[in-house]
Design a protein around this ligand. Sequence first.
Ligand SMILES: Nc1ncnc2c1ncn2[C@@H]1O[C@H](COP(=O)(O)OP(=O)(O)O)[C@@H](O)[C@H]1O
Ligand SMILES: [Mg+2]
Length: 300
Amino acid sequence: MSTEVGVLMGGRSAERDVSLVTGNSICSALLERDVDAVTVDTAGDWRSEMLRKKVDVAFIALHGRGGEDGTIQGALELMDIPYTGSGVLASALAMDKIQTKRILDACGIPTAPYVSMGPGDYDHEINMPFPVVVKPSREGSTIGISIVREKGTLKKAIRDAARHDPYVLIESFVPGEEYTVGILNGKPLAVVQIVTANGFYDYETKYVTGADEYRVPAPLDPEMTELVRSTGLETSHALRCSGAVRVDLRGQDGNFKVLEVNTIPGMTPTSLLPKSAQGMGIDFQSLVLEMLKTAGEGSK
Ligand SMILES: Nc1ncnc2c1ncn2[C@@H]1O[C@H](COP(=O)(O)OP(=O)(O)O)[C@@H](O)[C@H]1O
Ligand SMILES: [Mg+2]
């Protein structure tokens, strides 16, 4: 009897639309490589749908809350259904940018200086030079993020971020270029440099227009390339990630800061993980098959 892969996608997070594109791309790739696969939208009664469709392995293609944050992973553990990617702990940690920074700080992995705020703290004065970047701790796709250049607009940015998550991260602006590196089954892939007109990788750029340019491999000398790749790998180990992960960084002149970790990287036509894999000669379908191999690994 062959294995039926259920591609879990959609859901109810702010990144639902992106997840549907990611999920459909993954499902097509599996079918093209003769793997039996069906899609399951987790906005509905996905448990019954999985039973009805006789799904025995879950390929998680969800972004944001209820998919990338450990909750679906926990449900699948209890249902005894093997699933792709990171386990409960790594998923929950990586979803939360403040907790991620605390772990990375403890492990000596460079991140930008920051202040965290929770309910009741929003009016506290901060003692940080501008510009700063204000983000909801648990969100993605640049939703709720603003760059604040002067004190007068800080309160509004905090309120905007707090609409998405009561926990708000205020981080020093990291000058330099924007990079990302994929990690696949414990090995770093190629470093991608993202070039945008305004230097801010926002939602529109991510999914509508695409960046002005993606440089793969990034134009860094070999030593700097290895630094970014090893920082990405250490970051993924520090959070106990598995499967395919993408680590976002910014910086210049050997001073790179980790911005965040994506445990379910986008797999849309403009997405970065496929570019990072392509830089190592791994095509989209092969990447999807490698990701599928991580389902049911005992060490999550
Ligand atoms: N500290 C920072 N300095 C400069 N730019 C930042 C900083 N933090 C985030 N950004 C910009 O915002 C984008 C999204 O931030 P990120 O932390 O990766 O969150 P997410 O992708 O989960 O929304 C980054 O790709 C970058 O362009
Ligand atoms: Mg990011």
